[in-house]
Write a protein that binds this ligand. Structure first.
Ligand code: CP
Length: 306
């Protein structure tokens, strides 16, 4: 069992707990490949997806994960709730808790809002992304996808590129990748760097790291969180930071490309690399990250509620 009931920040988990979650995810991966994709492990438990901000991957994969473990899953949709009539977040949370649910998965556009909820309630909370602050389950699924490809972490060179300033994924991934012994580089212009990147190598041009890295992790340009224009133009971004076919060819053998999604096609990654149905390049792990997310979230629900 995990020592903390809630997961608000990736730093809430020790290295041992992270590895334990990965091992549990291994045992759940097979369930998703069966014809009947369901086990009775969490029968009788009720999980609520409480999303105050838009999501496709995180909300859906928590729902799939809970259902594969036979938990009852309720999706709260902020836009069609009494929030739209002026009810406060905490009154909304109290209303849901009055229905005797067992765990909340919470996403909110304000950094710290998920902790505010957790501080005031007795049941466990999983942070599904809060503002620019943290996205711990994304970091875990990214690590799990890396483990699936490389088998281990120590010494792997990872370049994270793009909009650090507005990215909760970057904060969680940087902390977890460093904790697991990976060599983390940042690629970004000064206006997109995070507040704290002490001890990490920083580059401003993707070309400077392409040949060396095992993992190229492209961050989403978070236009929806930018209250001003942070980069001069898409042309400038394409010149220094975007991945296109020519750059992909320069990457070393065995290296992989990752992105948390949703992708801004033509900005972080070219349309030709993304492909039509799925990427034609086997080293582009974007769909594999999503698949990893289901197993990781099953493991987390199991460790917290099982
Ligand atoms: N990666 C991620 O959090 O995607 P969603 O916003 O679709 O959940």
């Amino acid at each position: 069992m995990l020592s903390k009931k809630s997961i608000l920040n990736i730093c809430d988990l020790s290295t041992e707990e992270v590895l334990q979650v990965m091992e549990t995810a291994d045992s759940f991966t097979g369930i998703s490949k069966r014809e009947i994709k369901k086990v009775p492990t969490l029968r009788g438990k009720t999980v609520v997806n409480l999303f105050f901000e838009l999501s496709t991957r995180t909300r859906t994969s928590f729902e799939v994960a809970a259902k594969r473990l036979s938990a009852d899953m309720i999706n709260f949709v902020a836009s069609s709730s009494s929030l739209a009539k002026g009810e406060s977040i905490m009154d909304t949370v109290r209303t849901i808790l009055a229905m005797q649910v067992d765990l909340l998965v919470v996403r909110h556009s304000d950094s710290g809002a998920v902790k505010m909820v957790d501080d005031q309630i007795e049941i466990p909370v999983i942070n599904a992304g809060d503002g620019k602050h943290q996205h711990p389950t994304q970091a875990l699924l990214d690590l799990y996808a890396i483990r699936g490809r490389f088998g281990s972490f120590k010494g792997l060179k990872v370049a994270i590129t793009g909009d650090f300033l507005n990215s909760r994924v970057a904060r969680s991934d940087m902390a977890l990748f460093k904790e697991m012994g990976m060599d983390v580089f940042l690629v970004a212009p000064s206006m997109l760097l995070p507040e704290d990147y002490s001890g990490l190598k920083v580059y401003s041009d993707l070309e400077d790291v392409l040949k060396d890295v095992d993992i190229l992790y492209l961050l989403r340009m978070q236009f929806e969180r930018q209250d001003k224009k942070f980069y001069p133009s898409v042309e400038e971004y394409n010149r220094f930071l975007s991945l296109n076919r020519e750059r992909l060819k320069k990457m070393k053998k065995g290296s992989v490309v990752m992105h948390p999604g949703p992708v801004n096609r033509g900005i972080e990654i070219s349309d030709e690399i993304m492909g039509k149905g799925k990427s034609p390049y086997e080293n582009v792990l974007i769909e594999h990250q999503v698949t990893s997310g289901v197993a990781i979230r099953m493991a987390l629900l199991y460790h917290i509620l099982g």
